[in-house]
Ligand binder design. Structure first.
Ligand SMILES: NC(=O)C1=CN([C@@H]2O[C@H](COP(=O)(O)OP(=O)(O)OC[C@H]3O[C@@H](n4cnc5c(N)ncnc54)[C@H](O)[C@@H]3O)[C@@H](O)[C@H]2O)C=CC1
Ligand SMILES: O=P(O)(O)OC[C@H]1O[C@](O)(CO)[C@@H](O)[C@@H]1O
Length: 381
C-alpha cells in the first residue's frame, strides 16, 4: 500500500506518517524543507519519542520523501498510483498544493483503476472538502466526472499535541502519548481504508466541533492570555491560577454549546475537558506560547475555535460568553512580531480599529453584543 503525505512537519512525522507506516503503508512525504526531505531520502526512517510518564521511542520505517517544488513529476507519478493522499501542511497551504494533487489525479485516470482517498489532516472544519474545491478548480468537467468513482475526499479531525522540535536530528519528533484521528466515512469508495488507530464515523461534525472547540479553543486561550502575561511556554501559563480559571470557564462555555447541540453526555464531556486540561500541562513536553497562538487571523475566522463557539453560545442561550470573549480580546492583543498574521492583524487594528478587525476577519458586526463584550474585555487587559 502506498500513501503520499504532504507536510513532513510536526504532525506529519509525529502522528500521520507514524500511524500510516504502522498500518503497512509505504509513506512518501512531500515537503519544501530541504533538510528534512534529504534526511528522509537518505535514511528512510526516523524516530518518534512518545513523552508521557515514561518515554518510549518508536522507529518509523518504510518512509521516503520528495521535494514539493523540485520533484513535481515524481510526486504526480506517486499520486497516480497511491492508495491514500494525506496532508498536514496548515490550512493556508492547501491551495498551494492543490495543483500538484490535481495533476496526480489527472494522470491516475489513465494509469490506475483503484480508488484513492484524500484526507486533509488540518485543524479546521471541512478541511478535505476545502482542499477538494481547490483541486477541482484545476480539473475539467470531464476529468471530474472520470474521478467520481475513483477519488474521494474524507473530512477528519486530528488530535495530538506535537510542539516545535529542537533536536540535533532534524527528523526526530517528540509527541504526547494521546492521539485521536476521527475520519468520516460518508464519501468512502469501496472498502474503508486500512488505518491502525483511526476511528471511522458516519458524521464527523460532532467530533470535529468537540475537538476544535475544546482542545483548540482551550489551547488558544491559554496561549493568548499567556502571551499577555509574558509567559514563554504553555506550561508556565497553565501554572498561573487566573489563566487556568479563565480557560476552565471558557471550556465550560464551549462545552455548554457542544452538549446542547450534539447531545454529548454532560458528565462525560466534563471528563473530556479535564483530560484535555491535563494534556496542556504535560511536564515531559515544552510547548511555546507563540506556536499555539500562531496565525491569529486564521484563528479569528468565523468558523474557527473562538468565534464559532462564542456565536453559537449567543445563538443558543441568548447571553454573551464572557470567558470566550476574554480569549478573543487577548487574541486581538497578540502583537508578536515573529508572526506575519499578528503583524497584519495589528496593522488592521491600527487602521480600522478593533471593530474593523472583527468585521473583516471574524465577520462580526461592530454592534453585535459579542463584539461589544470583546471590546469591554480588552479594556481590562
Ligand atoms: N502540531 C500539532 O500539535 C497539531 C497540528 N495540527 C494541524 O496539522 C497541520 C500541520 O501543523 P504542524 O505539523 O504543527 O506544522 P509544521 O509547520 O510543523 O508542519 C507543516 C509542514 O508543511 C510543510 N510545507 C509547507 N508548505 C508546503 C508545501 N507547499 N508543500 C509541502 N509541504 C509544505 C512545512 O515545511 C512543514 O514541514 C496544521 O493544519 C495544524 O493545525 C493538528 C493537530 C495537532
Ligand atoms: O495548528 P493550529 O491550528 O495553528 O493550532 C495550534 C493548535 O493545534 C494543536 O497543535 C493541536 O490541535 C495544538 O497544540 C494547538 O492548540
Amino acid at each position: 500500500m502506498l500513501a503520499v503525505h504532504f507536510g513532513a512537519g510536526n504532525i506529519g512525522r509525529g502522528f500521520i506518517g507514524s500511524l500510516l507506516s504502522q498500518s503497512g503503508y509505504d509513506v512518501v512525504f512531500v515537503d519544501v524543507n530541504d533538510k528534512v526531505v534529504q534526511a528522509l531520502q537518505q535514511r528512510g526512517q526516523y524516530e518518534v519519542i512518545i513523552a508521557g510518564e515514561t518515554t518510549e521511542t518508536q522507529v518509523v520505517r518504510h518512509v521516503s520523501a520528495l521535494h514539493s517544488q523540485h520533484q513535481r513529476n515524481e510526486i504526480i507519478d506517486q499520486i497516480a498510483r497511491a492508495d491514500l493522499v494525506t496532508t498536514a501542511v496548515g490550512p493556508n497551504v492547501l491551495p498551494l498544493i492543490s495543483q500538484t494533487i490535481a495533476e496526480g489525479l489527472q494522470k491516475r485516470i489513465t494509469v490506475c483503476s483503484q480508488p484513492v482517498h484524500v484526507i486533509a489532516c488540518e485543524n479546521m472544519i471541512g478541511g478535505s472538502e476545502y482542499l477538494k474545491k481547490y483541486v477541482w478548480e484545476h480539473l475539467s468537467e470531464q476529468e471530474q466526472a472520470s474521478l467520481k468513482d475513483k477519488c474521494a475526499f474524507l473530512n477528519c479531525a486530528v488530535d495530538r499535541i506535537v510542539p516545535n522540535q529542537s533536536h540535533d536530528d532534524p527528523l526526530t519528533v517528540v509527541v504526547e502519548p494521546f492521539f485521536e484521528w476521527v475520519i468520516e466515512t460518508k464519501e468512502v469508495i469501496g472498502d474503508i481504508p486500512h488505518m491502525i488507530g483511526a476511528h471511522f464515523v458516519d458524521d464527523l461534525q460532532p467530533y470535529i466541533e468537540r475537538k476544535l472547540f475544546t482542545v483548540n479553543t482551550g489551547h488558544a486561550i491559554v496561549a493568548y492570555l499567556g502571551y499577555r502575561k509574558k509567559y514563554e511556554t504553555i506550561h508556565q501559563a497553565m501554572a498561573d491560577g487566573d489563566i487556568l480559571s479563565d480557560v476552565t470557564n471558557a471550556l465550560r462555555e464551549s462545552g455548554r454549546v457542544l452538549v446542547h447541540q450534539y447531545g454529548w453526555n454532560e458528565a462525560e464531556h466534563q471528563a473530556y475537558i479535564e483530560k484535555i486540561v491535563q494534556r496542556f500541562v504535560n511536564p515531559s513536553m515544552t510547548d511555546e506560547v507563540t506556536r499555539v497562538a500562531r496565525s491569529p487571523i486564521r484563528k479569528l475566522g468565523p468558523n474557527d475555535r473562538l468565534i464559532r463557539p462564542a456565536m453559537k453560545y449567543y445563538e443558543c442561550f441568548g447571553e454573551v460568553p464572557t470567558s470566550l470573549a476574554k480569549g478573543i480580546a487577548a487574541l486581538l492583543l497578540f502583537d508578536y512580531e515573529g508572526d506575519e498574521e499578528a503583524v497584519q492583524l495589528q496593522q488592521t487594528i491600527k487602521e480600522s480599529g478593533v471593530e474593523g478587525a472583527l468585521e473583516t476577519y471574524a465577520k462580526l458586526p461592530s454592534d453585535h453584543p459579542l463584539a461589544v463584550e470583546i471590546k469591554k474585555q480588552m479594556l481590562y487587559m
